[in-house]
Design a protein around this ligand. Structure first.
Ligand code: M6R
Length: 602
């Protein structure tokens, strides 16, 4: 989704901004732009539709200037086009602005303040920059005052960066709900919506909280709150290894990230075990979790699918009833909560706006909350009472793979440790069993060429497909279908195997691919029956079964693992199937159309 970068210092800003935007490419975008200005007020604006590579081609290599702002846009108001791309400028050309987020009252602001202003784009962003110019002109206030006044008038989410041509030595920034960081350098300062964008410049970042306004020069950073009080805040060190951002010898990030899964599982075991090899978690988290009468897991997309596996783990190992909810639904249509709820937010990025709006409400209600995230210092991590990190390393491909398995592994550890606290779990086994999972994943990944062939045989030209399973295999079917549809664009449903015959079986026709996941002995026979039913109607079936449950003709045998952890291995061939189908169809597997990695609008 949209990304912001800004630089003010003594080097060539355009190169730094373009590099920063390239680092943000993984978030998903459809156009991009940069604005740079030198101390003599000579300025340059470049915008282009499509990729940063296209923007680079239109950037004038002689445009040397030591401060500037840049943006990648994921269209919300107005189609992807050069006119709608950021940065946007005021009609008088004095102010230039980039914005992430959505301004809910932009029509109202337009009518009230800008009825006579000629607008050149369809965006909500242009209203902000025109409004700043309007307030400066009309009320003869300073740029900072106009910026503050404008921010106070905005309803919705925003991260903003503004340059006034009359003050090329300053960048103004503000934030509400959308992420924004200030990076501290020696003789320069930066802003960015994600530390990854500027990690090549600095690893010292200052978090901003909602409503704050920042004035940035090359040597100073002034943060003010809504009461105009100056806030002193220490920088933190962002622990991002530049090598982790590199594809290395892999053709795509998704391939690299799928392959990293065994190592991630081992890293998680290490991260949560003490010197005696026993899992140890913050006692306060455990106390609040086991004192609750219901756990509510709230998440979106792949994280939501991981939540269902988490429900199974938590209920089996702690006996605490657990519900799983979509963030985008939960916040606006909250079910009747129990007396002592405990909330778990699952979010790879820690920035998902749908989940954050629920967390804000949960905090207002005073309920305990725990975020499981891959990004330390992310919004959901900062705002929840507790955080458990996924330790998966940066996930760059839009399609989440290693974060899904990392979420399940951390949930398994949490469930076991909480189960021990309640007395239900008497013997540790998850640590050992996760080790077996890691080896199992490795053996599946070593057979990826088999899956590549299956993609060619079953899915490369198919219009639609189904994944079916029961129990925990159904949860994997949900994730498998999301993965296949998002990268291959094959319309895919993940279905409870037994439910097909109640309507959806009408969609099965000659050659429809149906992939069954079978890992649970107790219900394997039933799922096999459902495979027969679709085969009888012409479906092209594939069965992924667990060792011990396999039958002659099954397409892929999964290594045997603890029954509670089977999703960690059964999901891997489905990720590979999605990956190869996408490549065989000629798609950009790392940047599927219309999608963004970090979904920072509701
Ligand atoms: O960062 P989050 O885990 O909160 O993101 C949630 C979803 O947007 C994300 O999982 C999305 O569904 C992925 N593209 C799935 O591959």
């Amino acid at each position: 989704m949209c990304g912001i970068v800004g630089y003010i210092g003594n080097r060539d800003a355009k190169d730094i901004l373009l590099q920063g935007l390239e680092k943000l490419e993984y978030r998903g975008y459809d156009s991009a732009g940069i604005f740079v200005i030198d101390e003599n007020k000579r300025s340059y604006l470049f915008k282009e539709q499509g990729r940063i590579a296209a923007l680079r081609k239109v950037v004038d290599s002689t445009a040397a200037a030591a401060s500037g702002i840049g943006h990648t846009r994921w269209a919300t108001h107005g189609v992807p086009s050069i006119e709608n791309a950021h940065p946007h400028q005021s009609a008088n050309g004095r102010f230039t602005l980039v914005h992430n987020g959505v301004i809910e009252n932009y029509q109202e602001l337009k009518q009230t303040y800008l009825a006579n202003t000629h607008l050149t784009s369809d965006t909500d962003t242009e209203i902000i920059v025109q409004l700043i110019a309007h307030l400066v002109e009309k009320n003869t206030v300073s740029t900072l005052e106009a910026f503050k006044e404008t921010a106070a008038l905005l309803r919705g989410s925003y991260a903003l960066a503004l340059i006034d041509k009359e003050q090329p030595e300053i960048i103004y920034a503000a934030k509400n709900k959308s992420p924004l960081l200030v990076g501290k350098g020696d003789g320069f300062n930066v802003i960015c919506s994600d530390a990854m964008a500027m990690i090549q410049e600095t690893n010292q970042f200052i978090e901003l909280t909602d409503g704050e306004i920042v004035t940035l020069s090359r040597d100073t950073i002034t943060i003010e709150n809504q009461l105009n009080e100056v806030i002193e805040r220490e920088a933190y060190t962002a622990e991002i290894n530049l090598n982790d951002l590199d594809k290395g010898t892999y053709p795509y990030y998704m391939a690299k990230e799928m392959d990293e899964q065994p190592a991630v599982i081992r890293k998680i075991i290490q991260a949560y075990q003490n010197d005696e090899g026993v899992f140890e978690l913050d006692k306060t988290i455990l106390a609040k979790l086991i004192a609750s009468d219901r756990i509510y897991i709230v998440a979106c997309g792949t994280s939501y699918n991981a939540g269902w596996v988490g429900k199974q783990l938590l209920e089996k190992l702690t006996h605490i009833p657990t519900e799983v909810h979509l963030s985008s639904e939960f916040g606006h249509n909250m079910p009747l909560l129990t007396k002592k709820p405990f909330f778990i937010f699952l979010s790879q990025s820690g920035e998902t706006a749908d989940s954050r709006q629920v967390l804000v409400k949960v905090n207002e209600m005073g309920h305990p909350s725990l975020t499981l995230t891959n990004v330390a210092g992310s919004t959901l991590s900062r705002e929840a009472e507790f955080t458990l990190l996924l330790h998966a390393g940066p996930e760059i491909a839009v399609a989440s793979t290693k974060a899904y398995t990392a979420q399940i592994a951390v949930l398994a550890i949490l469930a076991e440790v909480a189960g021990k606290e309640t007395g239900l779990v008497v013997q540790d086994s998850i640590g050992h069993d996760l080790g077996i999972v890691a080896s199992g994943m490795e053996s599946i990944l070593s057979e990826k060429h088999q899956i590549e062939q299956m993609a060619a045989d079953y899915l490369s030209i198919s219009r639609n497909a189904f994944y079916i399973g029961r129990g925990v295999d159904y949860y994997v079917a949900m994730e498998a279908s999301l993965k296949l549809k998002e990268v291959s664009y094959v319309q895919t449903e993940g279905f409870a195997a037994g439910e097909l015959k109640h309507g959806t079986i009408a969609l099965i026709e000659e050659g429809t691919p149906v992939i069954a996941v079978i890992t649970d002995e107790g219900i394997a026979g039933h799922t096999r029956g459902n495979v027969q039913e679709v085969q009888a109607r012409g479906a092209n079936t594939m069965v992924f079964s667990m060792e011990g449950l396999e039958q002659l003709g099954d397409q892929f045998i999964l290594p045997k693992v603890n029954p509670l952890l089977t999703p960690l291995v059964s999901v891997v061939p489905t990720q590979l199937l999605a990956y190869y189908t996408s490549l065989q169809r000629g798609n950009d597997v790392d940047k599927p159309r219309n999608l963004a990695k970090s979904v920072t609008v509701e």
